[in-house]
Ligand binder design. Structure first.
Ligand code: HEM
Length: 394
């Protein structure tokens, strides 16, 4: 149960292993069928194989995420590497709040032109015709955006991409799809820590407003916590957003929405919220009970691992009218694709704005975007697609 902070986003935000019921490609792609069955017949269910509880209804998932006293993310980490996602109050606030003023629409709007330029540069390199949009755009773009946000040289994005893919121990998106070995993973973490350690020392005393400088000048954090923050942001900032942009293209193709979104008939930002409900990259989050806890009428002992399926909660008919319909302008849309409670995604405003810019630039630069949905290959964690071949016309 205990895990170090090194695995913070792998284990907590992107928990594994996956339940057998959604271990095949087809079940991954159509996971809402399994969610419906579980919400109806086994809303709070113990999986003997994974030795953890799975919780599926909106009300229960919401309660778990909002009750950090009974359901904690604390997994016991060493003192030098604490990061916000593995801590509860008061430590959690110390590790999170210093950065929250950066993650606001006011600050992020100041980055709009730079993010758009990143998107345009990538699009400049795309030869119209048949293109896999994942390696050509949706994978590198968020890495470059997070590099810009951290104040890192954007042209080194391939290195950052390699480190964050390796940290997640998921196949790097290469042709051969080989697993990253534990040794390679440890090496990526060590290299990242060394890289950030040097930059944090260099930027102490600077007055820049990138995230590394903000962390470097925070007196309430230890050096190790500053490194953990930067590393966590680098990883969290791209693995999920890759899939939000890919999933948006997938949904817009499936429901024939490119033209109404391009013309403004359908609001792009609201359509992105519906993607976060319908196909959120983060389908579940993990907690541990700190005391015996009752949820959905089920008693759970202290020290049990509980997986709250926000992906299922987002399809709960108690909260969402016609949840199986993709309604791009759904109002209200109380999805919890970014989680909820004190650990609600810190980067949500960034993910929203960069996804909006990415879609805006793609629609502006290509008069035709036709994803081929005939042979989809699911990316299980975070949830998305490994590739998305598209026919593009300038
Ligand atoms: C579509 C993109 C994203 C999705 C779906 C997503 C989803 C989530 C979810 C569900 C959580 C809650 C985890 C939990 O309760 O255990 C979370 C937390 C977090 N996310 Fe994101 N995220 C995204 C993008 C980002 C970005 C761009 C950043 C940073 C630049 C980021 C940084 C974080 C951090 C630091 C936390 C931990 C917050 C805390 O513990 O207080 N995320 N994210």
């Amino acid at each position: 149960m205990a895990s170090s902070d090194d695995n913070v986003l792998t284990e907590d935000l992107l928990h594994r292993p996956l339940p057998t019921a959604i271990s095949t490609n087809d079940a991954q792609l159509h996971r809402s069928d399994w969610y419906a069955e579980m919400r109806k017949n086994h809303p709070v269910h113990y999986d003997d194989e994974r030795e953890r509880w799975d919780v599926f209804r909106y009300a229960d998932v919401n309660e778990i995420l909002r009750d950090h006293e009974r359901f904690a993310t604390m997994f016991g980490s060493d003192d030098e590497a604490k990061s916000m996602i593995s801590q509860e109050p008061p430590e959690h606030g110390r590790l999170r709040n210093f950065a929250s003023s950066w993650f606001t629409p006011r600050v992020l709007e100041g980055y709009r032109d730079r993010f758009a330029a990143i998107a345009d540069d990538l699009i400049d390199d795309i030869e119209p015709g048949s293109v896999d949009i994942v390696p050509a755009f949706t994978h590198p773009y968020p890495v470059m955006v997070i590099a810009e946000s951290l104040g890192l040289p954007v042209e080194d994005y391939e290195q950052f991409m390699e480190w964050s893919d390796a940290s997640l121990r998921v196949p790097v998106r290469t042709e051969d799809e080989e697993e990253v070995t534990p040794e390679e993973q440890a090496e990526a973490k060590r290299a990242m820590a060394e890289y950030f350690s040097d930059l944090i020392e260099e930027r102490a005393g600077d007055d820049g407003n990138d995230l590394i400088t903000i962390a470097a000048n925070n007196d309430d954090l230890t050096h190790g916590e500053k490194i953990a923050f930067c590393r966590g942001i680098l990883i969290a900032g791209n693995v999920t957003t890759i899939n939000l942009i890919t999933n948006a293209l997938w949904c817009f193709a499936e429901f024939d929405l490119f033209e109404p979104i391009r013309s403004g008939e359908i609001d792009r930002k609201r359509a992105i919220e519906e993607v976060l409900r319908y196909r959120s990259p983060a389908q579940s989050v993990r907690r541990v009970t700190t005391q015996p806890a009752e949820i959905g009428g089920q008693e759970i002992d202290e020290g049990e691992v509980v997986v709250a399926w926000n992906g299922s909660a987002n399809y709960d008919p108690e909260v969402f009218e016609a949840p199986h319909e993709f309604r791009p302008e759904r109002t209200p849309n109380r999805h919890i694709g970014f989680g909820t409670g004190i650990h609600v995604c810190l980067g949500a405003p960034l993910a929203r704005i960069e996804t909006d810019i990415a879609l805006e630039r793609l629609l502006d630069r290509f008069s035709v975007i036709e994803p081929d949905l005939s042979d989809l290959s699911a990316q299980p964690i975070p949830f998305g697609l490994k590739s998305l071949p598209c026919y593009l016309e300038a």
